[in-house]
Design a protein around this ligand. Structure first.
Ligand code: ZN
Length: 449
């Protein structure tokens, strides 16, 4: 099976439910930028794809950064003077500031308040906070609960360990015909938060799972790393491989009800930018395309000037516009199977555009070939026969070895699917030949030769 058949045959709504089921399993685990929560999460992904797990020791220098100590947590709580647990890590891992150092002591409400985080504007939600690179400790709770705290002596306990260990990340490489790669990345460091970024973890897992069985032109690399330090570590350890990456997407926030939003690569006019814009334009749904900005997810590192990888970010509601972002409201209710399915389907279509964007040569370039006598005039286009006919004329006219199929789709305003179907029919009738493909013992050169 190829990507075009898969795209037509696959029931993406079923895939959306499978993605959601994996997200439900991942949701309760306490992930951070290092630690056992990341390992357990990657082990769940491994049940679907043969992910390679990498362990990079604490203290490893990676460009201007150092791999931090590993953080693990067993339990945490705040008890009042009656011994009642008023905050319990076992109920939600968002209650503890990620990377909190161990603490066990009694203190007054005034002293405790310095270590409490709330969201006064969203009084029923619990915020998500981290302190990766400054040693500190803290708890997060709803503002409503905070306002109800009595003047009392509180016992705080964070049973955590911050010590030499490893940074863990997952990588899956799928070899295609070419060494040229398509890279798709997701962060895996957030605890019980769904859209940011469990939605992209399950997206990558199921994309990889379905691409595995296909014959592909490009090679594909899927990376599951912690934010910032993860891509920096990967880039430092794999610098020699970066030139193979031709197209890249940083996936995040792909499961909420909002419209699709694409943030272009730093280059702005890369093939990946054109491929995603094409898919969104022909999706029949509302969408937005943004110019590059140097913040966000892994594009911050891959798009740094020393690498300038063509990496865009295909999301739904970007974190900067999401009210639920980094709060307990980014949960299993916000993300739904239908939105995961829609994102999955769009990513698959983008991959199909990249796979299908090859050049052809018209083998009958002097005047139009007579399509009628070959039985292919008006053979294409279903209810829109006229478009099918137009697609064939566009493909015949622009298959001069200069224009690839996406160029033809953009110039004609037709979808790449239709242009590709036209190229397939014309090739089957020996009117067209794909560049670089040996046929009739004669290699066709498409470099104007
Ligand atoms: Zn985040």
């Amino acid at each position: 099976m190829n990507i075009f058949e898969l795209k037509t045959d696959l029931d993406s709504s079923q895939v959306g439910h499978e993605m959601y089921a994996l997200m439900e399993e991942l949701y309760p685990l306490c992930r951070s930028i290092t630690g056992n929560g990341v390992r357990e999460s990657l082990a769940l992904v491994q049940r679907h794809i043969p992910l390679e797990i990498h362990e990079v020791p604490s203290g490893t220098k990676v460009f201007d950064w150092t791999v931090p100590n590993e953080w693990n947590i067993r339990d945490a709580y705040i008890k009042n003077s009656k011994g009642e647990k008023i905050i319990d890590f076992q109920k939600s891992n968002l209650h503890v500031v990620s990377y909190s150092i161990p603490v066990h002591k009694k203190l007054s409400l005034r002293e405790l308040t310095k270590h409490l985080h709330t969201l006064p504007g969203r009084p029923d939600w619990v915020p998500y906070r981290t302190s990766y690179y400054v040693e500190n400790w803290g708890f997060c709770l709803s503002h409503t609960q905070f306002l109800g705290l009595q003047d009392d002596e509180y016992e705080v306990c964070i049973d955590s360990r911050l010590e030499e260990g490893h940074l863990t990340y997952g990588e899956y490489y799928l070899k295609g015909k070419l060494n040229d790669e398509v890279l798709i990345t997701s962060n895996i460091c957030h605890p019980s938060l769904c859209n940011d970024t469990l939605s992209s973890v399950v997206l990558l897992t199921f994309l990889a799972k379905h691409l595995r069985s296909l014959g592909l032109r490009y090679s594909y690399r899927f990376l599951f790393t912690p934010a910032t330090i993860g891509p920096i570590t990967w880039l430092c350890l794999n610098e020699a491989r970066v030139s193979n990456i031709k197209h890249a997407l940083s996936a995040a926030c792909v499961g909420d009800p909002g419209k699709s939003t694409y943030k272009k690569s730093r280059r702005g006019d890369a093939e990946i930018d054109r491929a995603v814009s094409h898919v969104l334009k022909h999706s029949g749904k509302d969408y937005e395309v943004w110019d590059f900005v140097p913040y966000g997810y892994d594009e911050r590192q891959f798009s740094s000037p020393g690498f300038n990888v063509a990496m865009g970010s295909l999301m739904r509601t970007p974190d900067s516009l999401s009210v639920e972002h980094h709060t307990s409201a980014d949960n299993l209710e916000l993300v739904q199977p239908e939105y995961l399915a829609d994102s999955f389907s769009k990513y698959l279509q983008v991959i199909a555009v990249l796979e299908g964007n090859t050049k052809y040569l018209n083998k009958n370039p002097k005047c139009e070939p007579q399509l009628g006598k070959r039985g292919i005039y008006r053979a294409l286009g279903g209810p829109h026969v006229r478009n099918g006919e137009l697609a064939m004329f566009w493909v015949l006219n622009l298959s001069d070895g200069e224009h690839a199929l996406l160029d033809i789709a953009e110039k004609s305003g037709l979808s790449l699917d239709l242009i590709k179907d036209a190229a397939d029919i014309l090739s089957a009738h020996d009117l067209l030949q794909e560049c670089g493909r040996e046929q009739h013992r004669r290699a066709v050169s498409c470099d104007g030769g």
